[in-house]
Design a protein around this ligand. Structure first.
Ligand code: 5AD
Ligand code: SF4
Length: 437
């Protein structure tokens, strides 16, 4: 038997990126064995994120750290994938001589042939083409319990701060049958949870012929998914239909958990962000969801310090956080991105002011999360067990349908099983539970 070469992938950024890394490892599985240890790799890929300047800075400092590896092992091939690869393409090879391969967000399945080309010619290979890339590609998945399923790629919105429409290209929905095949396959393999991924899942199917909608897709997935839980990210408030709310209310397999980015509570800022909804519309959707879906958990994304954000605009974001009582928020300071509309806005917020606003919301949200956790105490909950807890192997952790982490004691390994617990207490980031029965 010949020895397989070794592949390592360092993944930065969002869930879609982590899923793309599964796609890459799957595409190379015939020739490469996966290793967590980057110093042993024959092919080392960095899957990059460009969403904020911090993510980009992280990549460039990582490149500096990887330079010695290339000097130690002349045969090491270094690849760059993801959003920075798509954004900068060829320029990366000129800037950073250790890079051999650059492939964009839709070229992952072409990497095996790019590698061959590189080995034959010794010349760096770059592919940032934006052709369609949907198929039932083999995946090398991170988990054998919970799986990501990409239902669309790219984004047709034009949020003025966001680089993603440039890096992931125009929106493309994956055909329904192809998604259903993958879901059936995961159910057969014993998976217990799927998370449907798309930049804006609410607009799924608009460009398919015949047209499909996201709520219809959910109903069809629900019909074939067996006992698997269904989650999805990300929803856009402007496209959140009554049909989706009904589907969530009616289908027991869909988790009562909704990630609904508000970004700002001020209509003036929302308009500058080109979000195409008002705070009133957002809360109309939230109230309807809460009324129809029992025990719903809502999380959000917020940007503070967007150009032109006055104290009065910020106060409206504070009010929105108080009103929504999110279980969790992902909070960001605005970061200008090259080529976006917002980058041209002159009225930048002083970084010290932005930091003060950031800190104020963070403190508020910590309190709300704590209160939300307290409200769960005494309740019964079904968990999907993820594995032993990192700190104490006699304890296990799992997630409730609301996606909160719950720790509990067990003398049996219950990894990958559904269990019932009573919630007995809470910490800063997770709940405590006791096995029922
Ligand atoms: N600056 C700060 N935050 C951003 N996000 C996207 N672009 C930017 C930016 N330029 C945030 C948004 C989005 C999340 C994924 O990242 O809140 O919902
Ligand atoms: Fe994901 Fe956006 Fe970062 Fe690309 S830029 S990796 S889509 S978060």
């Amino acid at each position: 038997m010949t020895h397989k070469k070794k592949l390592a992938i360092i993944t930065l950024g969002c869930q879609m990126n982590r899923h793309d890394s599964e796609w890459l490892a799957g595409a190379l599985a015939d020739e490469y064995e996966y290793t967590e240890n980057e110093t042993q790799a024959d092919f080392l890929v960095v899957n990059t994120c460009a969403v904020r300047d911090k993510a980009e800075a992280k990549f460039f400092s990582l490149m500096g750290r990887l330079r010695p590896l290339k000097h130690q092992n002349k045969n090491l091939v270094v690849g760059v994938a993801g959003c920075i690869a798509q954004e900068r393409g060829e320029a990366l090879v000129r800037r950073e001589p250790i890079i051999d391969l650059v492939f964009g967000t839709r070229a992952v399945h072409k990497v095996p042939s790019m590698l061959k080309q590189f080995e034959e010619t010794g010349r760096p290979q770059v592919d940032t083409s934006s052709e369609s890339a949907f198929d039932e590609f083999p995946m090398r998945r991170e988990s054998s319990i919970s799986a990501w399923v990409a239902i669309m790629r790219g984004c047709n919105n034009a949020c003025s701060y966001c680089i993603v429409p440039q890096t992931r290209g125009p929106e493309e929905s994956r055909p329904v049958e192809s998604i259903l095949n993958e879901v059936r396959n995961l159910a057969e393999k014993g998976y217990k949870e799927i998370t449907l991924l798309g930049q804006n899942v609410n607009s799924y199917g608009m460009n398919l012929s015949p047209r499909a909608t996201f709520p219809e897709l959910l109903r069809r997935i629900h019909a074939v998914c067996g006992d698997m839980r269904i989650r999805f990210v990300t929803s856009h408030p402007k496209d959140m239909s009554d049909e989706l709310i009904s589907a969530m209310a009616e289908l027991p397999g869909i988790c009562p958990s909704m990630h609904l980015p508000i970004q700002s509570g001020s209509d003036r800022i929302l308009s500058l962000m080109n979000r195409n909804y008002t705070a009133a519309h957002y809360f109309d959707r939230v109230e309807k969801l809460k009324a129809k879906v029992p025990d719903l958990s809502i999380t959000t994304d917020i940007i503070v310090g967007f150009p032109g954000e006055a104290e009065s605009d910020f106060e409206q974001t504070v009010q929105a956080v108080l009103q929504a009582r999110y279980d969790n928020i992902y909070l960001f300071k605005y970061s200008p991105r090259p080529g976006t509309e917002a980058e041209k806005l002159m009225d930048r917020v002083d970084p010290v002011v932005a930091q003060t606003r950031f800190d104020r919301i963070l403190v508020m949200q910590k309190r709300i999360t704590k209160e939300r956790f307290k409200e769960m105490t005494g309740r019964d909950s079904e968990l999907l067990v993820e594995g032993p807890s990192k700190r104490d192997p006699a304890r296990y952790c799992g997630r409730n349908p609301q996606n909160m982490m719950v720790n509990f004691g067990s003398d049996k390994d219950l990894t990958g099983r559904f269990v019932h617990v009573k919630i007995t207490g809470s910490g800063q980031h997770s709940l405590e539970g006791k096995l029922a029965g």
